[in-house]
Design a protein around this ligand. Structure first.
Ligand code: ZN
Length: 306
């Protein structure tokens, strides 16, 4: 098995996770951010600067960010859906900004009320604006592995979006499995297609565990050279199109598996499990993480039978 020595995990529970949960108080969001910062995680997607009417869960993004203890050595990022959001993120002091375009036109229209082309034109304007203020822009391509409205998304369509945003100066690429439709085969196909055209562009993968394939997808992605992944503590979040479905892959499940395989994450698993417990307390429901339920494989208990 070809595995990297280390991977870079970006914790997205405070943003993608909480965005798909019932709203929680500002103070709880700050508590979660600050707790995550003590686990050894080096990247955190902290907030999203969206219109409060569109996503009320993120209405207090400025207050959350102002109150959070920003740890040196951690790369914090913010998601912004449009130029107004990007300006808010830059004004708040973020230098790592993420914007989203969907590979499916129907999903893009439902998500941001625009066609893919309109979103790409907007991104083309935002890239120089972010660079002018010393920031970097990551383009997240949502529904890269399938769309809940359109079904399969051809690799060629994702690649054509990649070609365009790379030509316009996007600093990083992320591929979102927004509703958990990826399988290892699809991951390898897409990554190889992108890498063959843009070998030097940083690529991050974002898997939801909606159908239980997230860890398998991460394993497949590492074997074709990907070393950056999103994950959410406890598996916080859900799927807006499938009530009750799992959210992002749980960070502690990723850390647990990779560390045992000799792939360093830099994250303290026991500390992270404590934060997953805090996340459960904050959202007031059990979270889907198996490692949170069962504990790490090294935590043995005395048993009588077999
Ligand atoms: Zn997501």
């Amino acid at each position: 098995m070809r595995l990297p020595d280390a991977v870079s995990i970006r914790e997205v529970g405070p943003r993608d996770g909480l965005q798909n949960e019932a709203p929680v108080p500002t103070e709880a969001k700050v508590r979660l951010l600050d707790a995550l910062a003590t686990t050894g995680v080096r990247r955190i997607e902290a907030v999203s600067f969206v219109h409060p009417k569109a996503i009320p869960q993120m209405a207090d993004a400025d207050q959350v960010w102002a109150a959070a203890t920003r740890q040196p050595g951690i790369r914090y990022s913010a998601l912004a859906p449009n130029s107004r959001g990007v300006t808010r993120a830059l004004d708040a002091g973020f230098t790592e900004i993420e914007v989203v375009v969907s590979a499916s036109d129907t999903h893009n229209r439902r998500n941001v009320n625009r066609s893919i082309d309109e979103s790409l034109e907007d991104i083309a304007r935002l890239i120089p604006a972010v660079h002018a203020r010393g920031g970097s822009l990551e383009v997240i391509i949502a529904t890269s592995f399938g769309c809940p409205y359109e079904g399969d998304v051809p690799v060629s369509r994702v690649v054509s979006i990649v070609d365009r945003v790379v030509a316009e100066g996007a600093d990083r690429l992320a591929f979102g499995d927004t509703t958990g439709m990826a399988t290892p085969r699809r991951v390898v196909e897409l990554v190889e297609a992108v890498r063959s055209r843009h070998p030097d562009k940083p690529v991050l993968l974002h898997f939801h565990n909606t159908r239980g394939t997230a860890l398998a997808n991460i394993l497949a992605a590492m074997q074709v050279g990907v070393t950056e992944f999103d994950a959410s503590v406890g598996g916080l979040g859900g799927c807006p199109y499938a009530p009750g479905a799992s959210g992002n892959v749980a960070t502690e499940e990723v850390v647990h598996m990779l560390e045992d395989m000799g792939v360093s994450t830099g994250i303290d698993l026991e500390a992270l499990i404590e934060v997953a417990r805090l996340a459960e307390e904050i959202v007031g429901r059990p979270l889907p993480s198996g490692v949170l339920r069962a504990g790490p494989r090294t935590r043995t208990v005395a048993v009588d039978g077999v």
